[in-house]
Design a protein around this ligand. Structure first.
Ligand code: HEM
Length: 400
């Protein structure tokens, strides 16, 4: 199947991305990444929060800390029972859908299926809302993602005429998302869920109603497409590398620990990091060790390029999960799909659990076959996504 692990779109974005006027420094070196992510003077710039609201995902400083502390409980290990329950429930829905597809022979679409599952997980885990397994919320979410990326891109270059048609289209998309958020705001979540924690924060006056809405919107951005696209890339890579597919099929069938599967997930996150870029801005003149920077210097940290930095990775464009097997001596910031420093992904443990459990369940029962022979590459958005819908047929290889 034609398939390249490189993303020309992502590479072009890094080369051509301009600043909004302040100096812009492009980063792909792990030491420099570390210095920036750990500097208290390097904060998130305003662009994304101006577009997508003041959620924990885009803000910094004391307001960010309040939100992080308020919400972290629901992600922690002591809540694993609730997390696992939601994961098992969404995976069982996905298995039923794949079973149906294996019986009819009808192709299904990989990215859509996984986004349906991760959206369903977010609703259950964070908002305590049980969506049906065949819900159709996912297009609202992905259209919103595409819209905020398009908007952020258009705001980098304000020199041209205003694209009124684009703004009208984006307005509709954003209205749809806001209606969804309104429905969620009316729900009655149980104690222990993230939305409940935000409600408690609102009642105690720490945050207000519009900030709760911002957090819900931010969770859609941070917690749905990230995991679903990672799963889609993992199965695309396994489909293109039958030796690894057979290795993980054997490992999963044996029913013991699954280090090879975890290595496949880690290598997928290296080649196709769901968050390919992070941005920071220096708020006071700062010496970061490798250089002194003026106030308002902006950094474009490329996770994608750091993951392919030749000084840290041999044959960086090759899919080779064995890099993640056995003893691993590498720079902490040569591999950072979940970021680092104070903004380290709060959902990391839950996302890995969801992705690995879904992979185990699928690989144990089914084999997915590409139903088209189109060239696939990774397009740039807020996340890295396949260039076209990936149709697969589903073959059952073991009983449920
Ligand atoms: C494979 C899946 C995921 C990947 C690759 C990923 C990646 C990341 C990265 C790189 C950051 C840091 C951004 C920065 O420093 O500016 C981040 C932050 C965040 N992620 Fe994730 N994420 C994933 C899944 C999730 C899930 C499932 C949730 C929630 C349900 C989540 C919630 C968040 C939040 C709230 C933040 C902001 C944390 C803060 O600033 O304190 N993520 N994520």
């Amino acid at each position: 199947m034609p398939f390249t692990t490189q993303s020309p779109a992502c590479e072009a974005y890094f080369e051509t991305r301009d600043s909004t006027g302040d100096p812009l420094v492009k980063i792909r070196d792990p030491d420099q990444v570390q210095a920036i992510l750990h500097s208290k003077h390097a904060v998130r710039p305003a662009l994304m929060r101006n577009i997508a609201g003041q959620s924990m995902v885009w803000i910094d400083g004391p307001d960010w800390l309040i939100r992080r502390k308020m919400t972290q409980g629901s992600f922690q290990l002591h809540n694993e029972g609730r997390q696992r329950k939601a994961i098992n429930w969404v995976i069982s829905g996905l298995m039923n859908r794949l079973d149906q597809a294996s019986r009819t022979g009808e192709p299904c679409f990989l990215v859509d299926e996984f986004l349906r599952m991760t959206t369903r997980f977010l609703y259950r885990f964070a908002f305590d809302i049980a969506l049906p397994a065949d819900h159709e919320k996912a297009p609202v979410v992905s259209a919103f993602f595409a819209a905020i990326f398009e908007l952020s891109y258009s705001m980098l270059d304000m020199s041209g005429p205003l694209d009124i048609a684009m703004h009208k289209r984006l307005k509709q998309t954003i209205t749809n998302m806001e209606s969804e958020i309104e429905l969620i705001m009316q729900s009655d979540p149980a104690a222990g869920t993230l939305l409940h924690a935000l409600r408690v924060g609102r009642e105690s006056g720490e945050i207000d109603d519009s900030q709760v809405r911002d957090e819900v919107r931010g969770l859609f951005i941070a917690g749905t497409e990230t995991t679903s696209l990672t799963l889609a890339w993992a199965f695309l890579l396994l489909g293109a590398h039958p030796t690894w597919r057979e290795r993980v099929e054997k490992e999963v069938a044996a029913g013991g620990p699954t280090p090879e599967l975890e290595a496949v997930l880690n290598e997928t996150l290296r080649l196709f990091p769901a968050v390919p870029f992070m941005t920071r801005m220096i708020e006071a003149p700062t010496d970061l060790g490798f250089e002194k920077f003026d106030q308002r210097t902006e950094f474009l940290i490329s996770v994608y390029h750091t993951h392919r930095n030749q000084a840290h990775w041999r044959d960086p464009h090759t899919f080779d999960p064995s890099r993640f097997l056995g003893e691993q001596k590498r720079h902490r910031y040569a591999w950072l799909p979940f970021g680092g420093g104070r903004h380290l992904c709060i959902g990391q443990r839950v996302a890995r659990m969801e992705a690995l459990d879904a992979m185990r369940a699928i690989i144990r029962q089914f084999r997915l076959h590409r139903a088209d022979d189109r060239d696939t590459t990774a397009l740039m958005g807020i996340t890295l996504m396949p260039s076209h819908p990936i149709a697969v047929t589903v073959e059952r290889i073991a009983p449920a």
